[in-house]
Design a protein around this ligand. Structure first.
Ligand code: UDX
Length: 470
């Protein structure tokens, strides 16, 4: 039986809340701290502010037993053996990560340290942050032997956060001494030993007792870098395939075939090679900018990341132009829009390409009727309904009498649409798909003019290349 550790998690955002609930799930005592009183009251009542599979069930399972919610960071620090810092690290104006929340938490934790504590960076932070946290704590009068600062980056994706946490590809602990390493290893032991997966009611996923996640122990700085470099690499992969998709359009090839061909090479891998309208979300845009800034500060030219960002912005512009080419003019045109979230399976609209595109269509004088299975309420906060923007109760309502239907988020339910019904609901049977959800041959057979990303038949005919070559 693994040892029960008392863990404080500071911050109840995506990472903090999921980590809290999952630490409770693997057998620890968890105190989740946030300074937002209304959020804490909500969580105490069993309500969850985010849309995430398994989270409601797990919270219910542990709420009145092994997980508590509080605004009292001092008391939580005193009780906990490990304090995970999972507060926001938003993007500042320069592109660097704004570490003021981390700084404030470190100072406050310092005031309550009277015995040995391990402080764990869970938020994505630039390399060297551990040294800053240590300095802040020492400056507040805590002797060096009473604490260690470590890094334990989190790789969870929204929409699959709980499964990602409990069935991760790897667990990274960045530690600079054995005492801190021991505690972190104990915390993750239920997963690394495979014990968790034997439990009858454990959350199912790719890991098992026979194949538990490996634990990778590194220096603290390396762990900080692993997180930034992982996200930057994945963003680069997406931008790479997006440029390839543009070449496919110009040359008359299908990017899905090219993706499959590239991804079958074990050195490259098939994941994150899906062309579309660019990446969004709360991590990639912010982390690519922050990593670029880190490199700059360290005197390293990482121009590659500037290019990744530029390609991502261009990809949205290209899609906008594609819609313009299909409709000729925008003013007064009615667009049905499917998808508002930055990706399927979440209600998060932060940095969502869909939101940016809708704002542009509205500026151009379009009339928009939009639908998303989960993100409508959040979108209304930034784009309230108006004379030209309405929200539909389902995909067919959004498509009603539209001059074209645009697909901006890869929700699985969109792939199950009744295409015959859709065809007769639209004013003109034009579908412009930013996520390549449909088979081109089927769409043609059903009578649609179907434009997608990087697949022959798009706005750039293959003749363009032939004429250039002749
Ligand atoms: C990401 C990382 O994957 C995760 O490890 C990290 O902890 C947080 O950031 P998340 O932001 O939840 O997770 O979303 P992810 O699934 O990575 O997708 C990010 C964006 O890239 C989305 O807009 C998605 O639509 C886009 N994307 C993803 C593509 O355009 N093509 C792909 O092949 C994959």
């Amino acid at each position: 039986m693994t040892e029960k550790i008392t863990i404080a998690v500071v911050g109840s955002g995506y990472v903090g809340l999921v980590a809290s609930v999952c630490f409770a799930e693997i057998g620890h005592r968890v105190i989740c701290v946030d300074n937002d009183e209304s959020k804490i009251a909500m969580l105490r009542g069993g309500e969850i502010p985010i849309f995430e599979e398994y989270l409601p069930e797990l919270l219910e399972r542990h709420r009145n037993t092994s997980i508590e919610f509080t605004t009292d960071l001092d008391a939580a620090t005193q009780k906990a053996q490990a304090i995970f810092v999972a507060v926001g690290t938003p993007q500042s104006q320069t592109g660097s990560a704004d570490l003021s929340y981390v700084d404030a938490v470190a100072s406050q934790i310092a005031r309550s340290i009277t015995e040995y504590k391990v402080i764990v960076e869970k938020s994505t932070v630039p390399v060297y942050t551990n040294e800053w946290i240590s300095r802040v704590i020492e400056r507040n009068g805590v002797p060096r032997e009473l604490f260690d600062v470590t890094s334990n980056p989190e790789f969870l994706r929204e929409g699959t956060a709980v499964v990602d946490f409990l069935h991760g590809d790897r667990i990274v602990i960045g530690v600079d001494n054995e005492r801190a390493a021991n505690l972190l290893r104990k915390i993750y032991e239920p997963l690394t030993s495979g014990e968790y997966y034997q439990m009858a009611d454990s959350v199912p996923g790719a890991r098992s007792e026979a194949d538990p996640p490996p634990l990778l122990q590194t220096s603290t700085k390396a762990a900080e870098l692993i997180k930034h470099a992982s996200n930057a690499f994945l963003a680069m992969k997406i931008s790479f395939i997006n440029v390839v998709s543009n070449i496919c359009e110009a040359a008359g090839a299908d990017v899905e075939e090219v993706s499959q061909g590239i991804g079958s090479d074990g050195r490259i891998g098939p994941k994150f090679l899906k062309a579309g309208i660019g990446y969004g979300g709360s991590c990639f845009p912010k982390d690519v900018a922050a990593f670029r800034y880190v490199a700059e500060q360290l005197g390293v030219d990482f121009g590659l990341l500037r290019e990744v960002e530029k390609i991502n912005a261009d990809q949205k512009r290209r899609f906008f132009q594609k819609v313009r080419s299909a409709l000729w003019t925008f003013r007064g045109k009615k667009l049905g829009i499917l998808g508002l979230a930055f990706k399927g399976g979440t209600d998060d609209i932060r940095e969502s390409p869909a939101i940016e595109l809708i704002s542009q269509f509205l500026k151009e004088g379009c009339i928009v009727s939009a639908y998303d299975p989960a993100a409508v309420e959040r979108t209304k906060e930034v784009l309230p309904p108006s004379g030209t923007l309405s929200y539909a109760k389902d995909s067919y309502e959004a498509a009603t009498d539209a001059d074209a239907l645009l697909i901006l988020t890869d929700w699985r339910e969109f792939t199950d649409l009744d295409l015959d019904r859709l065809r007769y609901t639209l004013r003109y049977p034009i579908v412009i798909d930013g996520r390549n959800l449909f088979d081109r041959a089927i769409m043609a057979e059903k009578g649609f003019t179907y434009l997608s990303v990087g697949r022959a038949g798009g706005v750039h005919a293959k003749d363009a290349l032939s004429s250039r070559l002749s």
